[in-house]
Design a protein around this ligand. Structure first.
Ligand code: ATP
Ligand code: MG
Length: 317
């Protein structure tokens, strides 16, 4: 249990790349052999900045949607658009950059047990080559955001389930994704910790990050009962509580957008350079007792920064 928190204001400099991406599933089917149809002709549109629940019983296709979105799976039929980019046309050298735009949160946290809390959150920043000053600043802000500044030196085995999940959320946010996909993030948690996680995800959404939350947790569904909900049943989208209009596309413009993406390497490199130069917008986050729940009442201890992890085993999950 965590102590009750006083109202507190944090300035969080989540230096997000200011990307606004609409996600479109257009008649998407995913099959595993002829016997297992994970998704069947699923269509929906998620606008940038939405918080959307994906719900349905075990085996209904929630995780499959996440795997398709990160281009871990490709659909047998239909198309998934990430903004203007059809994901079936993504080249293999574009996949890492695509995945960096999606922070995935798993039921079992997937923290690296040999790294401490600080190092787990810093790992994605280290992988993309952020310098130590920026890494320190971001990790400090993210630990404040999730209320675990005082646990920076603990290892995952020393955390409660709720704390471990908050750290995995901080890690997912580290490189400023446009979208967070939380796949049953409260599956291993008690109701109180579950609410804490959902409040945190809602707060992150209010910062401007699109949040997709796959769950069949009754506590979560009740807490977010007014939120848009996609209901799956045996791979079919049985209901979308607030359907968005499907953008009109013609094959011509798809071809155009693909050919635009397939510019020369030189042009792409220049585009990346320009994007890197663009000012990153610091975001201010008001975190209150009502929103996050528990925070320490004492003043937040200063975190001494551990050395950059040298043993970066495994990969960011
Ligand atoms: N790699 C795979 N190979 C074979 N079948 C798969 C694979 N991935 C998913 N499936 C099947 O697709 C269907 C949907 O699975 P999925 O994991 O998306 O369900 P889910 O809604 O996330 O379920 P849960 O709530 O249990 O996590 C299931 O019948 C599953 O067995
Ligand atoms: Mg699943």
């Amino acid at each position: 249990m965590l102590a009750a928190f006083k109202l507190l204001t944090l300035k969080v400099h989540l230096q997000r790349r200011n990307k606004f991406v609409q996600i479109v599933f257009d008649q998407v089917s995913k099959e595993f052999g002829t016997q297992s149809i994970a998704l069947s002709q699923v269509s929906f549109v998620i606008d940038s900045g939405e918080l959307v629940l994906i719900t349905g019983p075990s085996g209904s296709g929630k995780t499959t949607i996440m795997r398709l979105l990160i281009h871990d799976y490709t659909p047998e039929k239909g198309e998934i658009y990430w903004g203007e980019q059809p994901l079936t046309k993504l080249r293999s050298n574009q996949v890492p950059e695509h995945r960096r735009q999606i922070g995935v949160i798993f039921q079992d946290y997937k923290l690296l047990s040999e790294l401490n809390v600080w190092e787990n959150v810093a790992l994605p920043l280290s992988i993309i080559g952020k310098d130590q000053v920026e890494t320190e600043s971001r990790v400090t802000d993210l630990l404040k955001l999730v209320g675990l500044t005082d646990k920076a030196h603990l290892f995952p085995s020393q955390l409660s389930g709720g704390e471990a999940q908050r750290i995995s959320i901080a890690r997912a946010l580290a490189i400023g994704p446009s979208v967070i996909f939380a796949d049953e993030p409260t599956g291993n948690l008690d109701p109180e910790s579950s609410l804490e996680i959902v409040r945190l995800l809602r707060q992150i959404n209010r910062l401007g990050t699109t949040v997709i939350l796959a769950t069949h947790d009754a506590v979560v569904l009740e807490f977010l009962k007014t939120q848009r909900r996609l209901s799956l049943a045996k791979g079919i989208l049985a209901n979308d509580s607030e359907p968005r209009p499907m953008p009109k596309r013609d094959l011509e413009s798809d071809t155009d957008s693909v050919s635009t993406k397939l510019q020369s390497t030189k042009t792409i490199t220049e585009t990346i350079k320009v994007a890197k130069k663009a000012p990153e917008k610091p975001l201010e986050l008001e975190v209150s007792e009502e929103e996050i729940g528990d925070q320490p009442t004492k003043s937040t201890p200063k975190v001494s920064v551990p050395k950059k992890p040298t043993h970066q085993k495994g990969k960011k999950s």
